[in-house]
Design a binder for this molecule. Sequence first.
Ligand code: IFM
Length: 474
Amino acid sequence: MTATVEVESSDEPQASGLQFPPGFVWGAATASYQIEGAANEDGRGPSIWDTFSRTPGRVFAGHTGDVACDHYHRYVDDVALMAGLGLGAYRFTVAWPRIQPDGTGPVNVRGLDFYDRLTDELIGKGIDPVVTLYHWDLPQTLQDRGGWTNRETAEAFAEYAQIVYARLGDRVKTWTTLNEPWCSAYLGYGNGVHAPGIQDPAQAFQAVHHLLLGHGLAAQALRSAGAQTLSITLNPTAVAPLDPGNPADVAAARIVDGVGNRVFLEPLFRGAYPQDVLEIMGRFTDLSHIRDGDEAIINAPIDVLGINYYTPTYVSAQPGQPAALDTPGSEGIAFRKPVGPVTDIGWQIEPGALTRLLNRIHDDYGVPMMITENGAAYLTGPSAGTGEVEDLERVDYFDSHLRACLDAISHGVDLRGYFAWSLLDNFEWAEGYRMRFGLVHVDYTTQQRLPKRSAKWYSEVIARNGLEGTGTAG
Ligand code: IFM
């Protein structure tokens, strides 16, 4: 028997399969060292990225974050730009070295004042401030004492988190402890491509643990201070075996998933490191840095998991292959070079991998999620004729990845929001300013901002809370 459903006609816009859930948060993200500049102003201390970027050969063409997008001085105009795009939320990072120039001890009130002004400016324009406490700019003094390989850094981070909360907690609802601890640990201490530039698998694993411990201690402290929505942002590897029918490739993917993903997800959501990963870590360290009770601290309840996604990873078993330095324990595993369409940074474009990743984390951990970064590097600049930036490839990238989000939502994923990376072109770490991820083009000579075609497209998506067209995504 078939049932007939009568649909009343109405002039109201009808939700289609390309519509996002009511209340979905639309935002854009940035990070302190990548945009602020003002590296030596108002009492800011040096960070590991100041040291690293001034070390010859570390960053493309010797670029540094000394000036970056000069956002520290231009935040009022930048917030106006965000309001013009219709952003509902803005994800920014507080720079630890502005708040405690030495990482511990005296508080630099002028640093707090800046984020206070920024927060008020956002709220005044109806934009929700979403704060990340750590996006890689560790105070150099802490690195001089071992950085994230030293347990004291985790304790110092919790103290710093409380200082920031005490100033902004009356207005900021969403608090993210760390951004992409995978990068801090494995790029900072594993392959050394990021600050502090160390290549040592033992230190990389110690850093993983102390980052997680710092998250847990900060989460506990923020919660007892009254924080409403707590989160951490991970960049889980969307890893798959090159040949899913080959058990050796499947085993290779399991190792990469363990060292890259489960090492974070399991203690965060189940309160214990997975046994197979402990065995890998145990080949490089005696594990004495993991103390009784630490995993319970890391397991502090959070409200939403931030996901940063850009590109998938495919691996296969390859006897004799040396380990990738950013994945200790990956001896005998080959990482496939990107194939098919890639962005200008060379990252493979595969929106379906985002759906798989979200579905998997939902199925395994049942946690609400938010896309806290997603975007693409394209070098498209202002055209000689119109002066406009016609970055249609970026529009396609966003569109296809938002469709991937809708697919995940229809699978049952509790996805609460999406933050485009990035609001502005900015300092892309070891790539310097040569890679451009912005919705808004920045002329680094004049600091002039120019919204790209993708910015206009994104503001239309925000206004309609959905993508153009009808029918189902995918
Ligand atoms: O620019 C970075 C950001 O700082 C962290 N996530 C990835 C982005 C693109 O590489």
